[in-house]
Design a protein around this ligand. Sequence first.
Ligand code: GRF
Length: 233
Amino acid sequence: MSEISLTSAQTSQDSKPLRIAVLVSGNGSNLQVLIDAMQASALPIEIVGVISNREDAYAITRAKDADIPVAVLSHVVSGKRMGIKTFETHASAQLTEWQPDLIVLAGFMRVLSAPFIDSAPAPMINLHPALLPAYKGLDTHQRAIQAGERHHGCSIHVVTAELDAGAVLSQALLQVNQKDTADSLQARVQKLEHQLLPWTILLIAKEVIALNSQSKETFSMLPTLPLKLYLNS
Ligand code: GRF
């Protein structure tokens, strides 16, 4: 380990845990990885709250089981779709109350507006199931297979107003097998996500990667970003 990383690890050992708010829409397997790491003291984090935009998201159960405060801001109320502005007004108030140091979008499936992102009380990162800048948006696994990609994976990037276009902090890669389907690829990439997310949050908590919510600039002690990890999948 280099002198720089030793010094950094030592100075931040006594510091307070990174306060994280997690936004979810579905199963919440990535949230579970963070809960497990927090409970095992494997990551210096405190999950201060979870916001779900779906009332049927299993992620809600995971958060409640871990005694983490949950705000369910359902995208459908009495059969009517909740507009993004209403969602964002409630989400903003909730985030302001929780005062996170970092907001993590982990399987969160609503597109957020520029004013919400710009006025967020903490830097925001998103987990995207593709090697950005390739395959922004949806159906990434299917599109990667159709294009005959040899490599695929996932990325963690800073959230900006432009969809999936903020600075890429880290990526995990795998080789696409000839017999991979969109489903098998999704399952393999998800195993990578479960490793990439905690590693990246650890680097943020230790200030190896520093995020600035106001200027949207990132700074890293690492020679280059994104950090590319070859993990088992
Ligand atoms: C992840 O695969 C993520 O890449 C995608 O949504 C999925 C969420 O999974 N955007 P989970 O809810 O964390 O299980």
